[in-house]
Design a protein around this ligand. Structure first.
Ligand SMILES: Nc1ncnc2c1ncn2[C@@H]1O[C@H](COP(=O)(O)OP(=O)(O)OP(=O)(O)O)[C@@H](O)[C@H]1O
Ligand SMILES: [Mg+2]
Length: 493
């Protein structure tokens, strides 16, 4: 995965060039800069809001480390964790914070030894003055270009009431930005202590959420700037926060020539009116074990044999198992190992945005022309996201815009009986639909293949017998004399 991040950082240098023109400050997190269209506006304030463990401090440290790396003066005002703890966190992330100044306002051990004297005053009255003074002094001394305040909501306990808090935060932010700083702040919003008031006071708000291991991030507002709307994925890695903007197919496209691609088997080509067009999405649907993966591999191997870079993502089987089956049925999937690669993806291992980035890398950097996803249901299980079908749709649309041919296998629950194309209604993704069926003929189990839909050309409307043999896929003559094939109970007429 790390190489993808490197590549991705390279991709986004274009964003950074543009940012330079707009003079935005990069946050130090590539994906976040893409969402913020370059980063933060100089002299603005950005609120990171999210529950515990959502990575607010990590993002802040990355923001400061980025500034320090480019020789800016940067200041970390901490009100919760102490300086030593933060330095340790940064060290674990491999971030250099040697150039970061700290103003440690965390409750220190002194707080506890002097605690008895606090009894007679409210926190607000006792602490506010020295804290304000220390901030003013420190900012005056350092004149930072970037300031990170973590967490801002701590000030709430230093204010007598909401009204005073509002005024204090406003003047605090004014003071910082007037002195030339770009400010990032954090808040831990909860139903007991809502932070809606702070959201009005800042220029930008970034919301961080975490649900069942899937982390998502969205920009709620960004005054004076456009941003990439919607929910994006992020992950807290050993190298800090990594943000994966959602895949918006509209943003991608390139001119490509539409070619009719042979499946490598004449009869299947005939069924398809010649073959499948490049840059289309083909669905191979059928019940368990009927040969969906095998048929897909036949088509993938045909692509590879023409020298087209082809990648197969298997969400169900190990690559070796697929390749061994190909060997046993004379599909030459290993013949062009330089052009065809098979990858297995484990269940719940990716966020859809992260997987999309992996695919983008292969398409945009490695020149992949054909992608097979085996299967649609497996994809849904591999992604941590709530609505995988929507992400699958976006991914297919992206690939189509890029002129990449997509093969998608779709499994049906029932072996025979009423004809269906998919279980979850994702057939709207497909330009072409090929289906495989079991049928019982004279007491024998047979298989049939047919085409249900073809957007770009005519196709054969009759079904043919489909057989997997050690010599390869065998397709029979059109089954014109049979009725009731789709019900699985054909009868001769
Ligand atoms: N060496 C072989 N000779 C003949 N037929 C074979 C051979 N190897 C596998 N098959 C056939 O291939 C079928 C499995 O093919 P495949 O895995 O492509 O089906 P699938 O539709 O993708 O299955 P699933 O629903 O499990 O994903 C088996 O049911 C078997 O009939
Ligand atoms: Mg399969």
């Amino acid at each position: 995965m790390e190489f993808v991040i490197e590549w991705y950082a390279g991709c986004c240098s274009m964003v950074n060039d543009k940012a330079l023109k707009m003079r935005k400050l990069p946050t130090g997190i590539t994906g976040l800069d893409e969402i913020l269209l370059g980063g933060l506006l100089p002299g603005s304030s950005c609120l990171l809001r999210g529950g515990p463990g959502t990575g607010k401090t990590t993002i802040g440290v990355q923001f400061l480390a980025k500034g320090a790396k480019s020789g800016e003066r940067v200041l970390f005002i901490t009100l919760e964790e102490n300086e030593a703890q933060i330095r340790k966190t940064a060290e674990n992330l491999g971030l250099d914070v040697s150039g970061v100044s700290f103003l440690d306002l965390s409750p220190s051990s002194v707080f506890f030894t002097e605690a008895q004297s606090y009894d007679i005053f409210s926190t607000a009255e006792v602490e506010k003055e020295p804290i304000t003074q220390r901030i003013v002094e420190e900012v005056g001394r350092i004149r930072p270009k970037r300031v990170f305040v973590d967490p801002l909501t701590q000030f709430r306990y230093l204010s007598a009431d909401r009204f005073q808090f509002h005024r204090q935060v406003l003047s605090f932010l004014r003071f910082l930005t007037d002195s030339g700083a770009t400010v990032m702040l954090t808040s831990e919003s909860s139903p007991e202590a809502p932070d809606s008031d702070v959201q009005f006071l800042v220029h930008a708000v970034v919301q961080l959420e975490s649900e069942r291991g899937a982390r998502s991030l969205s920009v709620i507002k960004y005054r004076n700037s456009d941003f990439f709307p919607g929910s994006h994925a992020y992950r807290l890695s050993e190298r800090g926060a990594v943000v994966y903007p959602r895949l918006d197919p509209k943003k991608y496209g390139r001119p490509f020539e539409t070619k009719v691609l042979s499946t490598g088997i004449r009869e299947i080509d005939n069924l398809l009116g010649g073959g499948i067009e490049s840059g289309t999405v083909s669905m191979i649907s059928g019940p368990p074990g009927v040969g969906k993966t095998t048929l897909g591999m036949q088509m993938a191997a045909a692509g590879a044999a023409r020298g087209e870079k082809t990648v197969v993502f298997s969400f169900e089987e190990k690559p070796e198992m697929i390749l061994a089956r190909c060997d046993s049925v004379n599909i030459r999937a290993r013949y062009r190992a330089d052009a065809l690669s098979v990858h297995s993806i484990e269940p719940v291992s990716y966020m859809a945005e992260q997987f999309a980035l992996l695919v983008r890398n292969m398409v945009e950097k490695e020149g992949v022309k054909l992608v097979m996803l085996d299967s649609a249901r497996g994809y849904g299980i591999a992604m941590k996201n709530e609505n995988p079908d929507a992400h699958l749709y976006m991914l297919c649309k992206y690939l189509r815009n890029m002129g990449v041919t997509v093969l998608l296998t779709v499994e049906l629950n029932n072996i025979t009986g009423n004809f269906k194309v998919t279980e979850n209604g994702i057939s709207y993704i497909a330009d072409n639909i090929v289906f495989l069926r079991y049928l019982e003929m004279r007491g024998e189990m047979k298989k049939a293949i047919g085409v249900l839909k073809k957007r770009r050309s005519d196709f054969e409307k009759t079904l043919r017998e489909f057989e997997i043999t050690s010599g390869g896929l065998k397709i029979g003559e059109p089954l014109t004399k049979l009725r009731g094939i789709l019900r699985g109970e054909p009868q001769w007429v």
